[in-house]
Write a protein that binds this ligand. Structure first.
Ligand SMILES: [Zn+2]
Ligand SMILES: [Zn+2]
Length: 160
C-alpha cells in the first residue's frame, strides 16, 4: 500500500472516530490537501518575515560511498575533547559532551565503514528564544507540578 492510499483509507475512519467523540472541526482536511499546504506556507512565511525561522549553514555528515546524508546515529568517530570513541552527536563513552555537527574526529559511516564527509548544507531553524517571555508566562498559567515546569524552564533555549 502506498502512503497516499493509506491516508485515503484512514481519513474517513478518523473523521468517524472524531464524530463519535463529539469533536467537530470547522475544516477536516488531510496533510496533502491544498488548503493544508497553503496554510502551512502562510505560517512559515510569516515566521520567516519576522525572523523566527532563519537559514543557517551547517556541516552535515555525508557518505560518498553510500551516496546519502547520515543521521547522527550512523556516524562513529573520536571525541575532539577527550579522544574516546564517540557517536555522531555525543561522546557517550567518554566525557559525555554533546557534539555539534562536524565536531567529531575521524568520522566513519556505520553502514559501510567508509570515511564520512561534512559538506555544508543550508538548514532552517526556529528561533524558540524569540517566544521566551510568552512561553514562560504560559507555563506558569498551565499549573502542573513544579518539576515539570522547571524542566521546561531550565533546559534548552528557554533557560539560556
Ligand atoms: Zn569526550
Ligand atoms: Zn557509507
Amino acid at each position: 500500500m502506498t502512503p497516499e492510499a493509506l491516508t485515503i483509507k484512514n481519513h474517513p475512519h478518523f473523521n468517524e472516530i472524531s464524530q463519535g467523540m463529539e469533536i467537530d472541526f470547522d475544516f477536516f482536511g488531510d496533510t496533502d490537501d491544498p488548503a493544508c499546504h497553503n496554510r502551512t506556507k502562510e505560517m512559515v512565511e510569516a515566521l520567516m518575515e519576522n525572523g523566527y525561522v532563519y537559514p543557517r549553514e551547517i556541516d552535515l555528515a555525508y557518505c560518498p560511498k553510500c551516496e546519502r546524508f547520515l543521521p547522527d546515529r550512523y556516524v562513529e568517530g573520536e571525541c575532539p575533547y577527550c579522544g574516546k570513541p564517540a557517536r555522531g552527536d555525543e561522546c557517550d563513552m567518554g566525557c559525555g559532551r554533546h557534539l555539534e555537527p562536524g565536531e567529531i574526529k575521524n568520522a566513519i559511516c556505520k553502514v559501510c565503514g567508509g570515511r564520512a564527509e561534512y559538506p555544508q548544507q543550508t538548514h532552517y531553524f526556529f528561533r524558540l528564544s524569540g517566544f521566551r517571555n510568552f512561553l514562560l508566562e504560559h507555563l506558569q498559567a498551565l499549573g502542573g507540578t513544579a518539576s515539570a515546569r522547571n524542566f521546561a524552564t531550565e533546559v534548552g533555549p528557554l533557560g539560556t
